[in-house]
Design a protein around this ligand. Structure first.
Ligand code: GDP
Length: 483
């Protein structure tokens, strides 16, 4: 028997002031506290109007009171909920009244969910899905986290574990009864068939290009390029809000600024990196170092250059599929050149990489670019001409970004792996299965059984059946108070 637990309480709704505030209590004294505050315990699971009385018999507010006796509650404990008017002073008064009741204390972040996990209401993958659902910013993220919260990964892990245990039972039978005549000689072969199938299935789940993780974290797109090319202006234009400082002086965007975008439901984080250039200023050197680091880790780099300036000094350090070239300030380029530039740009973008653009159509600006030995344009996946100030070309750039996001994350809702923790557990499982499948294992059933036990333990860790203490604190730390 575990010792009697504290009864915890917290504000479970958002930051006040708000129309309604939800105060939740969980633990053995939740019912008593509700009685003290409202004078009686409402019928279970029935929303009931109640008068909340505080210290000295003062009426605090009228509230909707809910009572969920154990075990049919979210945490599995007795749970009470009060929906009061969401003013700061109302909440303060309710908290003051709760704080003097014996056995009650404010909840830690994630403590309600932790109790639900400990009481077997949720497995660990569902807890993670719940955390992600609360944090989901886009529709695709919501769908993915909802799938996890409702047990998609846990169901697979549990089925795999069950099949593994069946295979293990066959091998153990072979070990235990190897001397007895009436045990079928070959119990190992059917076990190996199961192990091979599991290895294949888990391998297929792992071969998902990390789509699930990407969707959970959001695709990272770095805006980089020489100072004053208009990176901050472009970011503001894309994000339609003032996120970065726009200044006519070079080198003012010293830090990395993040903007979260929702492109057709796909999460994309834009990074405005400091103007990448060599500098003597220590603060700027640090900004440049961070910019390079973030840009290097990004899923895509938009390399922004000033179309009105010579190209040679503005080219990216290297070409590649992950770099899109954005010629900004096209409004400063004469109209005639601009039109040809755009036409050519479209031709270029519809051509397969490696196909040369017709030089007849090439504008002066692009001719220089195309013929530049330093930077073969054909190695750049896409090339855009835009004006961050006037807005031309921006819609096409955003459209292309949305397609890129969809290509990188599409189908990720079905992906079972959304965290490094899942990947590691499944990789460990698969490694053990692979070892078990080695031909030399066929003669050594003890070793074979041990590998299957290792595989089964890795799967158990995934859902939190075993060995979870080390990950629990990390997982619950990311929760907000009241969840
Ligand atoms: P960053 O250093 O690359 O972030 O450049 P900023 O966004 O701070 O822009 C530098 C200067 O270029 C500012 O004066 C902007 O107003 C100007 N600028 C940015 N984009 C454009 C554009 O498309 N057309 C014109 N004419 N000016 C621009």
């Amino acid at each position: 028997m575990s010792p009697p637990r504290d009864t915890i309480y917290a504000l479970s709704s958002g930051r006040p002031p708000a129309a309604i505030a939800v105060v939740r209590l969980s633990g053995p004294r939740a019912g008593a506290a509700l009685e003290i505050l409202t004078g009686r315990l409402p019928a279970p699971r029935m929303a009931t109007l109640a008068k909340i009385t505080g210290r000295g018999g003062v009426t605090i507010d009228y509230a909707l009171a809910l009572w969920f006796p154990s075990p049919n509650s979210e945490t599995g404990e007795d749970v009470a909920e009060l929906q009061v008017h969401g003013g700061r002073a109302v909440i303060e008064a309710v908290f003051a009244a709760l704080s003097v009741i014996e056995g009650l204390r404010p909840a830690e972040p994630g403590e309600f969910t932790r109790r639900a996990f400990e009481n077997g209401k949720l497995d660990l993958t569902a807890v993670e899905g719940l955390a992600d659902l609360v944090m989901a910013e886009t529709e695709a993220q919501r769908r993915q986290s909802f799938t996890h919260m409702t047990g998609a990964l846990a169901r697979h892990a549990e089925t795999w574990r069950q099949r593994l245990i069946d295979a293990l039972a066959l091998i153990e039978a072979r070990i235990d009864f190897s001397d007895e005549a009436d045990v079928p000689e070959d119990l190992v072969t059917p076990a190996i068939v199961v192990v091979r199938a599991l290895e294949n299935e888990i391998g297929a789940v792992l071969a998902d290009n990390r789509r699930g993780e990407r969707l959970r974290e959001g695709l990272v797109v770095a805006i980089a390029g020489p100072p004053n090319a208009g990176k901050s202006t472009l970011l503001n234009r894309i994000a339609r809000r003032e996120a970065a400082i726009v200044s006519p002086y070079a080198g003012t965007t010293r830090d990395v600024i993040e903007t979260h975008l929702d492109l057709d439901g796909w999460p994309v984080t834009l990074l405005d990196t400091a103007g990448i250039r060599d500098s003597q200023d220590p603060v700027e050197i640090e900004g440049v170092r961070r910019a390079r680091e973030r840009a290097a880790a990004a899923d895509l780099v938009l390399w922004v250059i000033d179309a009105s300036r010579p190209l040679n000094a503005q080219l990216p350090p290297q070409a590649g599929e992950r770099i899109w070239l954005v010629q900004n300030k096209i409004d400063l380029v004469p109209e005639q050149v601009r039109e040809r530039n755009e036409a050519e740009c479209q031709i270029h973008n519809t051509k397969a990489p490696g196909v040369n653009v017709n030089p007849e159509l090439a504008s002066e600006v692009n001719k220089e670019l195309i013929t530049s030995n330093e930077f073969p344009l054909t190695k750049c996946e896409y090339h855009f001409t835009v004006s961050a100030v006037e807005g031309s070309g921006i819609a096409r750039l955003i459209g292309q970004l949305a397609s890129f996001a969809k290509d990188s994350m599409g189908g990720a809702e079905a992906s079972l792996v959304t965290r490094e923790r899942h990947r590691r557990a499944l990789e460990e499982t698969r490694a053990a299965l692979n070892r078990a499948l080695k031909p030399e294992m066929r003669g050594d059933e003890d070793l074979l059984a041990e590998e299957l036990r290792i595989a089964s333990r890795s799967l158990g860790r995934l859902t939190g059946r075993i060995d979870v203490e080390d990950v629990l604190d990390r997982i619950f730390r990311d929760f907000c108070v009241g969840k």
